[in-house]
Design a protein. Structure first.
Length: 291
């Protein structure tokens, strides 16, 4: 009887231990399953975070390259790039749900595509404008060269015209005359017989010269180096001229013969010099001798 009780107690203990063993196994399995699930979720989360981080880094690189091109959209590109940089910084600090960062990345990526497309259009327009500008610069350069060449030609032509339009004074001569009571004039080479010194010269024809009144200053210097006549003094620029008389000529681009007398009472013997000036510039000269 006692042996039967011991056997029953042992069976009961074995049964309890069996139940406890089964329960322990179930609990261990559940714990193991939960740990595996958590590890899987963490692994999935880390993989997704790394993926989003890589996408954001690539997006930033794209913006950096576009900004380096220094286009007219640089300011807009910098603003969008800064948004990506800020999102990368937030993602690095985050240990939670990565889904919201993926959503923000998709939005930023969409903005990037739109900006890149607009930037490409602007770059193409800029290339076209640069080509047009370069062509214009070349044309302007050629035009400038032509203008400078024409200016040089015009300057040379102006010099030629100025030189060609200058009047030429020819046949300048001085003659001593004896005037009789009857008015008859007789040439003489003797100083004591001379009553008048006649100065004559010719202004040559010139069709390109400016017509109109021309004034010439005539300087007659006797054998004693005295200026005869009115002895007027006039300043032309930095030069001062003392002359015997001035004569005004109406010039109409045709040859003009000019003659004017210089009266005197006592002409000295010696060499006489006649100088013809126009606005202070010597244009002709000659000399003659009175004995």
């Amino acid at each position: 009887m006692e042996n039967q009780k011991s056997s029953s107690s042992l069976k009961a203990i074995i049964a309890v231990l069996a139940v406890l063993l089964v329960g322990s196994l179930v609990y261990i399995f559940k714990i193991t399953s939960d740990v595996t699930t958590v590890q899987t979720e963490l692994k999935t989360t880390m993989t997704e975070k790394e993926s989003v981080m890589m996408d954001l880094e690539n997006l930033k690189t794209t913006y950096d390259a576009a900004i380096a091109e220094n286009t007219s959209m640089s300011d807009e590109l910098i603003q969008e790039r800064d948004k990506v940089v800020n999102l990368i910084a937030d993602l690095k600090q985050s240990n939670g749900n990565v889904a919201k960062y993926r959503t923000q990345f998709i939005a930023l990526q969409s903005n990037m595509k739109a900006l890149m497309a607009e930037n490409e259009v602007l770059k193409e327009k800029n290339i076209t404008l640069t080509t047009q500008r370069d062509s214009t610069v070349v044309v302007l350069g050629e035009t400038k060269k032509n203008v400078e060449a024409l200016a040089g030609q015009n300057e040379e032509l102006a010099k030629v015209v100025k030189k060609g339009s200058k009047l030429t004074v020819l046949n300048t001569a001085g003659t001593a005359l004896k005037v009789r009571n009857s008015g008859k004039e007789i040439e003489t080479e003797k100083a004591r017989r001379a009553d008048v010194l006649r100065v004559s010269f010719t202004i040559a024809e010139n069709q390109i010269a400016q017509s109109g009144d021309k004034t010439y200053q005539v300087q007659v210097i006797d054998g004693k180096n005295n200026v005869l006549g009115d002895k007027k003094t006039e300043t032309f620029g930095e030069n001062t001229l003392t002359y015997s008389f001035a004569t005004k000529v109406a010039y109409e681009n045709k040859t003009v013969n000019v003659s004017q007398d210089l009266k005197g009472d006592d002409f000295a013997e010696g060499t006489y010099y006649i100088n013809i000036y126009n606005k202070g510039e010597l244009v002709s000269k000659t000399s003659f001798v009175l004995r």
